[in-house]
Write a protein that binds this ligand. Structure first.
Ligand SMILES: [Zn+2]
Length: 360
């Protein structure tokens, strides 16, 4: 589940998160301007690759694509189902193979259908630094809907994380050592129609509260709040169109623009006309971890939350592009932190109108 968040509601949510630690919330999506997604530009051939991306390096995408297929072969993966358990096993087995320690963050949460069980999967390198500086996350469960597979929402994002988990240690291990990979459970609302402030984002809310309490308390899984957060959601669809929330923390927004400008990707990577309620939101608001949400322009996708979000919807090229942009944003942030010697843990609640006016 994800939805746009009008500014007034943003303020209300901020108050609720701050003072009552209430469960995450969602708003009914504004299904504005549903568009056609029938472009055939994602057929894999060298000419097309050059057209789609100015990147020279095409090493990403194929493994994420294969992981996506394997996850979809499991079938639907709603919470507390066999498919859900199989998805956990798939993720854990591969992370372990790539040299990551996986912990299960199990918890129960009250939903509109009573108390339900959830499991976040949290992974760090075996040779990790004591407390992670970077959190890279995606949700792994699929929405409860008959026959719904959730190929880009969000099996493709799990595939992307697994490809990154395999690639980074052998190519850029200093980044891998600072990274925590998180596979959120319960991002989707359980009810078919979203109930504001009562449904969805269960995993990211639990994770964010845990981190905050841990830093303040004695357990010390985290010695400090990490410096960079990134959520991937719907980043592998054909005819790629990414629109990040307009209230993305400024520092991350700058890195985002630097990367897309450098590679002339403005036609595929933009900014939504408003806030978006997704897993980045509790990370920003509860954990106070500045987090960017690389998210597909769901409101313009006719396949979003329908059974058309199947493997045919996924493009190896789109995965490649999204993975490279994601990693470059992280590297840009790390380079900046090197220059500044330390990160500023900025307030992510920024003036979205100001950002929007600067980006259009
Ligand atoms: Zn969804």
């Amino acid at each position: 589940m994800k939805s746009y968040l009008p500014p007034i509601i943003l303020c209300c949510l901020l108050c609720l998160f701050s003072f009552s630690c209430q469960k995450g919330s969602t708003l009914p999506p504004k299904a504005t301007g549903k568009g056609s997604d029938s472009s055939n530009i994602d057929r894999l051939n060298d000419v097309e690759k050059q057209v789609i991306s100015p990147y020279k390096n095409w090493e990403f995408g194929s493994k994420a694509y294969l992981h996506t297929k394997n996850i979809l072969d499991i079938g639907p993966r709603p919470i507390e189902t066999e498919g859900h358990k199989k998805a956990q096993a798939y993720i854990t087995t591969h992370l372990d193979k790539f040299g990551w320690n996986v912990s299960r963050q199990s918890f129960k949460a009250m939903t509109p259908y009573g108390e339900r069980s959830f499991v976040n999967l949290v992974a760090r390198r075996k040779d990790a630094v004591k407390s992670p500086n970077i959190v890279l996350a995606a949700h792994y469960e699929s929405k409860i809907m008959d026959g719904f597979l959730g190929a880009d929402d969000a099996a493709s994002c799990v595939g992307a994380l697994l490809e990154i988990a395999e690639h980074l240690p052998s190519h850029e291990n200093t980044i891998a050592q600072q990274m925590e990979l998180v596979f959120f459970d319960g991002e989707e609302a359980i009810t078919p129609s979203i109930e504001y402030l009562k449904d969805g984002l269960y995993g990211s809310i639990y994770y964010s509260k845990y981190m905050r309490n841990d830093v303040a308390g004695d357990k010390k899984t985290y010695l400090h709040i990490p410096k960079i957060g990134m959520v991937l959601d719907m980043i592998g669809h054909r005819n790629l169109s990414i629109k990040i929330p307009s209230d993305t923390p400024k520092s991350l927004l700058k890195s985002y623009f630097a990367v897309i400008k450098k590679h002339q990707l403005e036609n595929r990577f933009g900014v939504a006309n408003g806030s978006i309620l997704d897993d980045h939101y509790p990370m920003n608001m509860i954990a106070k971890l500045p987090t960017i949400d690389l998210i597909g322009d769901f409101s313009s996708k006719s396949w979003w939350h329908t059974n058309k979000d199947n493997f045919d919807n996924i493009s190896e090229n789109s995965l490649n592009l999204s993975i490279q942009v994601a990693l470059e944003i992280i590297k840009h942030q790390l380079a900046k932190s090197g220059e500044q010697s330390k990160f500023s843990n900025e307030n992510p609640s920024i003036n979205s109108q100001e950002i929007w006016s600067k980006t259009t």
